[in-house]
Design a protein around this ligand. Sequence first.
Ligand SMILES: C[S@@+](CC[C@H](N)C(=O)[O-])C[C@H]1O[C@@H](n2cnc3c(N)ncnc32)[C@H](O)[C@@H]1O
Length: 387
Amino acid sequence: MKEDDSHHPFVIVHRLDGERIHSCLKQNNMLDNDVAPVVLEHQTIAFPLISLQVYEQGREKVVAISSIPLELVFLPPHYMEPTQPHKRLHSMVTEWWNDIPKDTTLGHLESFLELLPRKWERLGDLILFPNGSFSEDIWVKLSNDSQTYLWTTIASALKVKGIGIQSPIADNVLRSSQATILLGDSQVSFLDHGIHYQFDAAKVMFSSGNITERRRIGALNMKGETVVDAYAGIGYYSFPMIINAGAAHVHACEMNPASIEGLLLGAKKNQIEDKITVHQGDNQTTLPLLKGKADRCHLGLLPSSEAVWGACLEALKAEGGWLHVHMNVEEEKIGRWKKSTLERFKSLNDELNLGFSIRGDHLERVKWYAPFVRHVVFDIECRPKKS
Ligand SMILES: C[S@@+](CC[C@H](N)C(=O)[O-])C[C@H]1O[C@@H](n2cnc3c(N)ncnc32)[C@H](O)[C@@H]1O
C-alpha cells in the first residue's frame, strides 16, 4: 500500500544504529524495498516503511528487540530501480486476474495484489519467495488451471523459468533446504562475479547473504596454497579460494551427496576439477586423513564449527598457516568470544603437541544472523614457536 506519494512514512535513526534497525524492519516486513533510504543531517538515516499501518503494528516489536527509539517522519519518496519487477508483477497479475473465471469468494483485485510477495531471492532461472508466501486461503480457492497460469505469469513478470517457496533451512546437520517448487526445475545454475555455481535448490541451501564473505575470502592471497574446506557445500568458498585467491588445491570435506553433486558440476563448469579433491563423509572421519597437508583451513559451519577445531589445527602443515573460523556470536560478546576462542585453540595446540604460536588477526562481521546475533569469521594465524 502506498500512502500519499509526497508524504511517504520513514523512520529516522542514528547512522550507527542503521544496520540493526534496517535488519529488524526487514525481518518484520516493514521495510519498503521500492523506496530508497535517505541520508539526513546530524548523522541520521531514514528508512522507508511499507505503510503507516504496518509501522503502527510493528513499532513496539522493533523497539523491544533493538532497544532503539524510532522517530516517524514523512518525506517525499525516491523510487528505486528494482521497483520495475514489482511493477511488472502487479501489472501482469492484473492482466491474469482479468483473464480468469472468478467468483465472489476471490474478493477484489486490490486485496489480491496486496497478498503478492514483496521480496524474493533470484538463483539463476529460479526465484524463491520467502517461507510463508502464498499461504493465505485465497490461493487454494483458485482452480488448478488458474494457479498454473498464475505461476507462469509471475515467472514471466520476473523473467525466470521457475518459481518456488523457500522453507526455513532444515534444522539438520546437512543444512538441507526443502524449497517447494511451484513451477519449473529445482536445478539452478548461475554466475556470481565470474564464478559458476550449480545445485538443486530443493535439496541444498545457498546463502546469498554470505556474498561479502565470499568476496573477502576470494580477495586474500592464497597463491600456491593447499587449502582444507571443512564444510565445502557446493563450493561457496572453495571456488573463490581457487579462482580468485589463487589456491593451488582445495580438499573439500562434505557429507551431503546433493551438495557434492553440485560441487562437482560447478567445479567442472569453472574448469577447476583438477584443483579439488572431494572427501565425502563426516569431516570428523575425513579431516584426520589430511593431517599436516594444509596451508589454510576454512571452517564455514554455523552456528559453530567447534567440533573440528582440533582436527583443523592438525591439518595445518608443520610451517603453520591460517584458520577462518565462522561462528554465530551475540554482538556484545564478540570481544569475549575472540579471547576464549584463542584460548581454546592454544589449549588444543598444547594437547595435540603441535608447537604453534597462535595469534588472532582480523574479525569479519558478515551479517546479522538474528537480532543481536552476528555471523562472524575470525582469521587466526598459527606459526611454529620460535625456539
Ligand atoms: C552452512 S553449509 C556450508 C555453506 C557455506 N560454507 C556457506 O556458509 O555458505 C554447511 C555444509 O557443511 C556440511 N556439513 C555439515 N556438517 C558436516 C560434517 N560433519 N562433515 C562434513 N560436512 C558437513 C553440510 O552438508 C553443508 O553442505
